[in-house]
Design a protein around this ligand. Sequence first.
Ligand code: GDL
Length: 476
Amino acid sequence: MRRPESPSPPRPADLIDRSTDVRFPAGVIEGFYGRPWSQEERLQLFDWMAAWGLNTYFYAPKDDLHHRALWRAPYPPEEEAQLRALIGACRERGIDFVYGIGPGLDIDYGSGAELQRLQARLEQLMRAGCEHFALLFDDIPASPSGAGIARFGSLAAAQSHVANALCRWLRQQRPQARFLFCPTPYCGRMAAAQLGGAGYLETIGGALDDRIDIFWTGPDIISRDIPVAHVRDVRAVLRRKPVIWDNLQANDYDGNRFFCGPCSGRPPELLREINGLLSNPNVEFPLNYVPLRTLSWFVNGDPRDPRAAYLAAMAEWRASFATVHGDADLEDVILFGDCFYLPHEEGAEAEALVRSAARLVREGGSPEAARVFRRRAARLRAFCAGLSDLRDRPLFHALNRPAWALREEIDLLGRVEGGPERITSDFHLPGTYRGGIVARLQALLVPQPDGTFLPADADPLTPAVHGVTGSTPRHD
Ligand code: GDL
């Protein structure tokens, strides 16, 4: 993979907490659902992190079978060797490697044999050079009748027991080891819904060894903003500063989108209120340049606002968009990036495109509206079409689907320019365009801005058409 040019690396992050001499963990969680990153991608990541002053990599891919489903079984030798290589690569670059295990799907909390199995896994990782660990209980059945829970009185007490015992055992061998814990309710919304039972977080705050760090994703799983006041409230309950597990640019929940917008909605003062900030970003590794670059500026105290940071990071990322014909224009890269900005907002250029498209439709394709729409649409369309000539093939593969989907909509809207009477397109045919089970189910309930859903008017139970066998391929 080609590496985007970056200006001279900043000096390593000076994130040491002088009062405790512990450095502030800032970096990346590989903690999403879907295909884990490849070894090559992880090495690229570590190079970025070392150059940018990010000091912590947290290994917790949901779909590493041994992370959750097979948590009891040791890694086979070839996978252990891969982890050993990653841990070594982190050490060479001054990055802390944290290994996460998630036994919560089926652990028997009261069983000594289960604890020994967790210890055996940690031992395997310690033999491979790992020193820091995390125990994760996110996204598990939160039933109070799970195995062994009754003995402890609550899920929170049962999990605290396992975490404390494992941490105690670990620290006997590695007194300096970091140990982190992900609770079952890990955001404000889950806590309000009393996931894990009433008083879950209070119990955790009181029962968990106070040297164990606790993950928190903010007010929501995907938190647009993480206000200082929110984190102070959480800190009071947890009796320690949380470590932020930041899902702002995670995209595993929507296969049609990715997020290359900046670290934003996190005020600089937040850094004093937390014990670490780790980003769990896009599944497709090459799409994480800007999210992680802007994160590195944020945690290193760069005073740029998020949009300025985004523009600066896009200027660096642009080099990756070189095609066999030459370099990409920065304005085009920004227009495209703005279309895949952040979960709750498009970038400014994309917002302007949407507004011009809405006007085009509203005005039934008036010439003036068409002219304004075309200004951005034509550039964007050409840029999307040109992506297939990218020299950086992993980047192209990561972009192809979302860029294709975007181009389809731009093309269809272009048809409105001909007038409002009857919009047709040979490239947007019933069945192959916006077809399929997901689209039909989506059509049943219409999301409202306030978060509620209303039943749709139309009857989506009838497939739009039968017998159409594929969209017409394009060769541009
Ligand atoms: C989650 C999962 C995480 C996933 C993310 C975004 C946590 C603690 N757990 O709830 O694995 O990638 O949402 O879908 O965030």
